[in-house]
Design a protein around this ligand. Sequence first.
Ligand code: GLC
Length: 439
Amino acid sequence: MRRNRYVALLFGSAALMAGVVGCGGSSSSSSGGGGGGGSTGGGNQTAGAKVIDPSLMKNAKGSVTYCTGKDTTGFLKTWVSAFSAKYPNINLKTVEFPPSADEQRNQFIQRQQAKSGDCDVFSSDVIWTAEFASQKWLYDLTPYIKSRESEFLKAPLATITYENKVWGVPDTSDAAFLFIDTNKVKQDPTSWQDVYKMAKSTGGIVFQGAPYEGLTCNFLELAFAAGGEVLNKDGTKAVINSPQNVKALQLMVDAVQKGSAPKAVTTYMEPETISAWQTGNYSMMRNWTYAYAVSQATPKIKGHFKVVSFPAFQGAGKAAILGGHNAVISAYSKNPGAALQVVDYLGSEEHQIQNATKASLAPTLSAVYDNPQVKKALPYAAVLKQTIEQARARPVSPVYPQISQAIYKNVNAALSGQMSAQDAMKNAQSQIEKALSTF
Ligand code: GLC
């Protein structure tokens, strides 16, 4: 990719982040926003991409495959049956990739590089839009979504917008919370320092500390709250090696090394974290919203846990990281009409109400948060919506995967006691600089 394209992209992304989505609630935030790949102007990396014809959806039939990360909710089969009952002429198959976001990306990339239509529809993490759209791996869905844009929350919609085009439909949004066992912890912690202090004497906290995308999120939640950043405002320079970030990382290192969290968290992704929590042995867990429904279905946990927003970093601010998945259509799909029908279903109120009530996944449609069934099933629905609206995006860049790797590998090394927090941030800084210079 040429340097001039990169500069155009960064300009556009910064404009979007400043202009479209604020990030209130995160007093530390200076450059964040909900966008994950958006750009309001400039750039032509996506010129020539295929554009969907919405009329293909009428009377669509035949086979279509939906590729997604491992179903951590148990809800995949249920919605596929509901879809199949509604659209009997479409044979919807599913392929589950591993639970790690990085692996899901690898699997999709392998297929796209081979120009294979194996995944007609892909559940694409909010962080991949810039990369996939600029590779022209996705259908431009702007003609489909135009009339529906106002139905979606701005932050998730921004994650699937790039160079003013919309590359998919926001399926689920996401934010993480602190899950507290109320039998063990009697008071809500008021700071991250407090979280680890209380965890130490009440059973321990579990979170995602394995070297993968989830750890980047876990770290940035503390780092952004502490006042740290990853890139400067226009996204051209790495600024991760800061006293704020070292302080945030040191707090996490101490949590693991001094017994607030089991050392095994350095190998945990979401499934290991939830399994540990389900034993009922731990007093707290950091996890995404899907963990609410799983906890409700766990006899050892049900009835004595609560979901609270992250507290502040002592003396600084609060931050949540925007997660979620967009339904995108592969440019190599041999059945884009049926694929669009699937995507349309994923973006429907009917599906999103089910998703929220059965699997505690965060809707992307604003109205769904006010649905009485949703409010009943998700007592923290209003907090969830507000958290999503205020969450910080991860750095927006086509080299985001390399940036994230530089974060999670070094943070993991520090958590495991192989490297000091200072050295971890120093290494991350030089690796991110290198990633940025590859353009
Ligand atoms: C969740 C989030 C996603 C994030 C991933 C990291 O699935 O929705 O955005 O990248 O966790 O593990």
